[in-house]
Ligand binder design. Sequence first.
Ligand code: PLP
Ligand code: LYS
Length: 417
Amino acid sequence: MDHFNYQDNGQLFAEQVPVAAIAETYGTPCYVYSRATLERHWKAFDDAAGDHPHLVCYAVKANSNLAILSVLAKLGSGFDIVSGGELARVLEAGGDPTKVVFSGVGKTVEEIEYALEVGVGCFNVESEPELHRIAKVAERLKKVAPISVRVNPDVDAGTHPYISTGLKENKFGIAIEQAPEVYRQAAAYPQLKVIGVDCHIGSQLTELAPFLEALDRLLVLIDQLASEGIVIEHLDVGGGLGVPYDGEQPPHPSEYAAALRERLADRPHLKLVFEPGRAIAANAGVLLTKVEFLKPTEAKHFAIVDAAMNDLIRPSLYSAYQAIEPVDRSLERDSALYDVVGPVCETGDFLGKDRELAIAEDDLLVVRSAGAYGFCMSSNYNSRPRPPEILVDGDETIEIRRRETYAELWKGEVVLP
Ligand SMILES: Cc1ncc(COP(=O)(O)O)c(C=O)c1O
Ligand SMILES: N[C@@H](CCCC[NH3+])C(=O)O
């Protein structure tokens, strides 16, 4: 069962995970996750950091199902959040607020109050006005807010422009040249406690070099701050480690974490904070979908499936590649080149283009690497109920979110008299 992992990414897992039985029981489309794989990925970071002080703060945005958060909380995980809603989820799942880092460029007064009330571990401050806002709220609540400045190190992460975050032109963080001045202002506020430096340069990075370049720039900053008497206790390197969607060979989490740790060998007291999302969740999940119709046209063959862009938006939004495979490859089928599309009324509604597939109507397909930025980015567009989420936990399959009903589609709406 323990099978959706990096090394095995190219293999069919149907023999080990009862996906056909899951589809039978819960219907399609349907997300399926592996608890063992989630745990293994989290531990790869944790183990590689070894006895260097560290905290793996799973990025909740990647997959925020309460069951997933509770699995990680039980391992001792911290959490990287970007909203009050994510904080509420972490608390509901049994997460420790003191192990929460709060990122995001637009924290509201209400969110800051909430985070201070529950005692989050750190605010990752993304602008000067945010610094002043946190200080003001903390003063009013008579609290001291622990803060890091999210520094934009101006490193090209070499990833999709929509998910690159560490360049000068991106909205995230504070330019590294301005960071010392912002730290000085922070240090002058009695209601703020400077504890860290933070960065996050982008997502789906497949090389170590940009991470190390960013790290080196932050270490220079940390030394400069130390010379001014501003002591940094933790270095948050963000998330962003990529996964193999289409033959990429990103460093394994253990290799990545070990490389960063090595850089800090002469700084045994500088705590390392990681914020991985995708690397933990993506290849711990798949989206199951069924072929509704095969539609050959003059220009193209379409495989119309029952999952759509509302269920998994990454292909439509970023032209992202996600592998699509038939669950049962032993069936006799003619092979053809298909665009795998959903029922949503948008030309951009596709899960994959030009895929060589040997399939027929009613066949079950898996869309791989769908455990991260899958369900959490889903919507009800075209009034499609969102799919269920199933966690495979050893021999058990647990429905960790049931399929939405039609009535849930209009929850909170009113029919006018
Ligand atoms: C601040 C921050 N931390 C962590 C993450 C998680 O990124 P990833 O899923 O690429 O590890 C993101 C998303 O890119 C982010 O914006
Ligand atoms: N949602 C994106 C990643 C965004 C990362 C969040 N900062 C994806 O699916 O690849």
